[in-house]
Design a protein around this ligand. Structure first.
Ligand code: GSH
Length: 205
């Protein structure tokens, strides 16, 4: 498999999941500073011009919840999701889709406001709202969605990997993770994970 990623983007989650799964993969970096995500070559990989994209022997998968589910299902021995329990797997998908469709989009208003408006004042207004919307999202995760000790309960899963990844953006979004004790403790435990450390080190180089 080939994982297309850009450092410290949401692609971190796909990268960690591949490590945790023990997958044989190559990680290919896309340089956002050179707008490589919109280059002719990369648009052939992902016409959306976004990372991550995972090249498999059956074709290319985009959208992080789909990529994470695919990795969990392809490597069941890694136990990254309850793949045989349809209800529990739906819970996993519900959590990850909330991160993708709501939390990630709230964060995107900070740097990518031009996706929604051309008005400079409106772009500033979208940016200013980010600490509030991200805080609301994380309050919901802390108080309603996080089962404990892991996101889904007793078993570690792709939800933990995805949550950890988006937590790395909170500081930039002017949200103090310590307001959310369960999430903050989860983040500290995730940072002890050797796969997480390996991927963060790779993104930092
Ligand atoms: N819904 C997509 C979102 C992917 C996405 O927006 N990725 C960002 C990085 S976190 C990106 O590639 N941004 C590049 C750009 O907007 O030009 C997913 O979950 O995979």
């Amino acid at each position: 498999m080939i994982l297309y990623y850009a450092p410290f983007t949401c692609a971190v989650a796909a990268h960690i999941a591949l490590e945790e799964a023990g997958a044989d993969y190559e990680a290919r970096r896309i340089d956002f500073s050179k707008t490589e995500q919109r280059s002719e070559d990369y648009l052939k990989v992902n016409p959306k011009g976004r990372v991550p994209a995972l090249v498999t022997d059956r074709g290319i998968i985009t959208e992080l919840p789909a990529i994470l589910a695919y990795i969990a299902q392809t490597f069941p021995a890694a136990k990254l999701a309850p793949v045989d329990d349809f209800f529990e797997f739906a819970r996993v998908q519900a959590f990850n889709n909330y991160l993708c469709a709501t939390v990630h989009v709230a964060h995107a208003h900070k740097l990518r406001g031009s996706r929604w408006t051309d008005d400079p004042a409106a772009i500033e207004s979208l940016k200013a709202k980010v600490p509030e919307t991200m805080s609301e999202c994380f309050a919901l995760i802390e108080n309603e969605m996080f089962t404990g000790p892991w996101v889904m309960g007793e078993d570690y899963s792709i939800c933990d990997i995805y949550l950890f990844t988006l937590c790395q953006w909170l500081n930039f979004d002017d949200v103090d993770i310590n307001i959310f004790p369960k999430v903050a403790d989860h983040n500290r435990r995730m940072l002890q994970n050797p796969s997480v450390q390996k991927v963060l080190a790779a993104h930092a180089t």
